[in-house]
Every structure is written in C-alpha cells, then in structure tokens.
Design a protein around this ligand. Structure first.
Ligand SMILES: [Zn+2]
Length: 136
C-alpha cells in the first residue's frame, strides 16, 4: 500500500524564508530594519514600505488566538490523526500563523502556546504545544 504524503504548502518569494527556516528546524522571522515590525512571510513591510529585513529567530512563545477541532479528514494523510486541533497562534513578536495544536484539551483562547518543530515527509513545519486550561 502506498504511503499518503502529507500535503505541504509550496513557498512563494514572500514565504521562502519562512519555509526554509522550518525545513532547517527553526522558526525565523523577518524583522523590518526600518520600523522593527516582525513578519513571518513578506516582501514589502506592510507598516512602512521598506524592503530591508533581518532574519531573527522567533521566541517560539505565543498565545492561542483562535482554534478549531477537526473531526473530518479533508485529505487522506490526516485520516489516522482524527480528531485533532489546529489554530491561529499569535507569537509574542506579533505575527500570527495557523498550526497544529498539540497537548491536552481543553484548549482555550489566550492559553500559552510554545513552538514545537515537527517534520513530515522531509519537510519541517510549525506546531504548538498548548497546556490544558487550569480548572478554576
Ligand atoms: Zn517596516
């Protein structure tokens, strides 16, 4: 039986830096040298219009901005992982990205999330480890 490859987005000029850093086991940001805004994938700073960036490692610390629990596999590669959670993580530096969420449920908006590098089919990707919400 043939293995089903995990679908991975292709890089474009704006996201090449982002995907390259993940393939090397890091999550790097593009920080605008003019205004200091951190970006994940960009060619022109959407704050000041600069095209001058430095590459800096992200802290890997963020919070859950939004999330969903997936119960239906829309690609066969994910069929044996159901149900799983994915969500938008807002990094401490500001950028937001969609990523798989790992850890115990319940997950809640605002919960801390820590970058955890993952690999599938030779490509690196970002996942985030979430702590279960403390009961109060
Ligand atoms: Zn800028």
């Amino acid at each position: 039986m043939a293995m089903t490859s995990t679908p991975v987005p292709g890089a474009d000029p704006a996201s090449a830096h982002f995907f390259h850093s993940l393939d090397e086991g890091r999550l790097d940001l593009l920080v605008c040298r003019q205004c200091g805004t951190a970006h994940l994938a960009i060619s022109v700073c959407d704050v000041c219009g600069s095209i001058d960036f430095s590459s800096e490692p992200a802290s890997g610390i963020g919070i859950i901005y939004s999330f969903t629990r997936v119960h239906i596999a829309h690609h066969p590669a994910f069929a044996d992982q159901l149900p799983f959670c994915g969500g938008i993580v807002e990094l401490a530096e500001g950028p937001r990205l969609f990523a798989p969420l790992l850890g115990e449920e319940p997950i809640s908006v605002g919960a801390p999330a820590i970058f955890e590098w993952q690999q599938a089919d030779g490509r690196g990707f970002a996942a985030f480890r979430v702590s279960a919400a403390a009961s109060q």
